[in-house]
Design a protein around this ligand. Structure first.
Ligand code: FAD
Ligand code: NAD
Length: 468
């Protein structure tokens, strides 16, 4: 069988499926190749969607347990049905996968299941699960093969006791204890899920704070919140080894004083970052180059060294986020279409789905200091928000960093209830260069969590907050 397409996309994650939809919308004869039997990639199957389903379920359970009584809601004996919680998670994944299948059909995108490998810059060999191989030819290709979990020296992931987020999202029974290496995004989200349902969780983080790539004040506040949930957070600790003892794992690490320490738990979750995935892609049959981190090199138009092959998402440079991959999928297709699209990488928001949530866009305070850029700071605590008091969600703050001369917003960093949704307003403000004083003058519904941003803008602009 031989197929000739305008655009073939390799990988059906958020980058790939979004690129395919945009390509079909623009009239290209489009195909998408996926090696697994489910479309959706990491995000839909073992990432964003299942983790958020479990984060919601575990937060509901934790709320009933810890926050209902004070509101006068008395429930009988509370019981956790771990299997049902995970079954629901799988159902949510299934619904999302079938949503993507529907979108492929609706947009008349040909879906080809199998592992794609370049034969030339115009031809793929796609090997199906039954071992048969088909040639797929196309004028253009978009590589969207994503990423896989990485590890550190001395820690070998065996997927049994020493596991990644993929296994942690599908455990068959509730464990007693988990030690998590890495206090980045996966570390704190998975820690939240398990600690809320009563698992003893320890996070061992190498840097001096949690979520260390975000604004430092966020990590410090998050550490307080997670510690209150019962999570043991160890920062400034370097993990050296992990050993599977059969029924448990022992993790060895050096503490702040460089003393050797060890801790045992039922599972060790390795959450020290992810690496780009290009294995078996046949890149050696093309001119495509990799950078020292194994990422596919592209120009600003996302073109590789082969002019007709583009690459997007986790497999190239930049933050590993679903919405970044999506934006790049659209950009690559529109470039092929002859348009001049643009992505403002500084305005891609980052969200951590703990409770309260953490959300951030633009420069951190540390980055502004390092670059020698002057800034004004407005920081408003959720404890002073009427909405936050009404719901009992008084932890956290909204912090804005603005240009002292023109009032341009340089960065917004929020830890607080619904921060994930509030941040969208900050992205709009920054994209369209609305000033801090203008943002302090518009009307925000009362009482809402978003009012914390209004007061922070007022503080940064120098006119003073109205609620503190
Ligand atoms: P992927 O989603 O990784 O998809 C790549 C696809 O390519 C896969 O389906 C793979 O099977 C396929 N493939 C690879 N090689 C081949 C080949 N040779 N032939 C055919 N197919 C191939 N991001 C967020 O923005 N928000 C979140 O809340 C969030 N939560 C996350 C939670 C977890 C636990 C994890 C692990 C990640 C999370 N992420 C989140 C990150 C997000 O999942 C990734 O940034 C996103 O999936 C990247 O999309 P992608 O399209 O580049 O690649
Ligand atoms: P990460 O880069 O966010 O965090 C890894 C952490 O491990 C860092 O804090 C790092 O300092 C620490 N670390 C590294 N070596 C260590 C060692 N020897 N000992 C102790 N700690 C060590 O990576 P991640 O949490 O694995 O997540 C991977 C990717 O998935 C991220 O890029 C993230 O963007 C994406 N993701 C996003 C979301 C979201 O958007 N909500 C959720 C989950 C994952």
């Amino acid at each position: 069988m031989e197929n000739i397409f305008d655009i073939v996309i390799i990988g059906s994650g958020p980058g790939g499926y979004t690129a395919a939809i945009r390509a079909a919308q623009l009239g290209f004869k489009t195909a998408i190749v996926e090696k697994y039997s489910n479309l959706g990639g990491t995000c839909t199957n073992v990432g964003c969607i299942p983790s958020k389903a479990l984060l919601d379920s575990s937060e509901n359970y934790h709320s009933v347990k810890t926050r209902f009584a004070v509101q006068g809601i008395e429930v009988g004996a509370l019981k956790l049905n771990f299997q049902q919680m995970f079954l629901r998670k799988s159902e949510v994944v299934k619904q999302n996968v079938s949503g993507i299948n529907y979108l492929m059909k609706k947009n008349k995108i040909e879906v080809i299941y199998g592992t794609a490998s370049f034969v030339t810059n115009n031809e793929l060999s796609v090997k199906a699960a039954d071992g048969s191989a088909n040639s797929v030819k196309s004028k253009y290709f978009i590589v969207a093969t994503g990423s896989k979990p990485s590890s550190i020296p001395g820690v070998e992931i065996d997927k049994n006791r020493i596991i990644t987020s993929t296994e942690a999202l599908s455990l068959s029974a509730k464990p007693d204890s988990i030690v998590i290496i890495g206090g980045g995004v996966i570390g704190v989200e998975m820690a939240s899920i398990y600690a809320r349902i009563g698992v003893k969780v320890t996070i061992i983080e190498y840097a001096d704070s949690l979520i260390p790539t975000m604004d430092k004040e966020l990590g410090k506040e998050l550490q307080k919140v997670l510690t209150k949930t019962g999570i043991t957070v160890l920062v400034n600790q370097k993990v050296q080894a992990a050993k599977n003892n059969g029924e448990s794992v022992t993790v060895k690490y050096l503490d702040t004083a460089n003393a050797e320490k060890e801790i045992s738990a039922e599972y060790c979750l390795v959450a020290v970052g992810r690496k780009p995935y290009t294995a078996g892609l046949g890149l050696e049959n093309t001119k495509i180059e990799l950078d020292p981190k194994g990422r596919i090199k592209t120009d600003t138009r996302l073109r590789t060294a082969e002019g007709n092959i583009y690459a997007i998402g986790d497999v190239i440079e930049g933050v590993m986020l679903a919405h970044k991959a999506e934006e790049e999928g659209v950009l690559a297709v529109e470039v092929i279409h002859g348009e001049k699209p643009h992505i403002n990488y500084n305005l891609i928001p980052g969200v951590v789905y703990t409770w309260p949530e953490v959300a951030s866009v633009g420069y951190t305070e540390e980055q502004l200091k390092e670059k020698g850029i002057a800034y004004n700071k407005g920081k408003f605590p959720f404890s002073a928000s009427g909405r936050a008091r009404a719901s009992g969600d008084t932890e956290g703050f909204s912090k804005v960093l603005t240009d002292p001369k023109y009032g341009e917003v340089l960065g917004v960093h929020i830890i607080g209830a619904r921060a994930a949704d509030i941040i969208a307003q900050a992205v709009v403000a920054m994209e369209f260069e609305v000033t801090d004083s203008a943002l302090g003058k518009i009307s925000y519904a009362h009482p809402t969590y978003s009012e914390t941003l209004k007061d922070a803008y007022l503080m940064a602009s120098g006119s003073g907050a109205l609620n503190i």
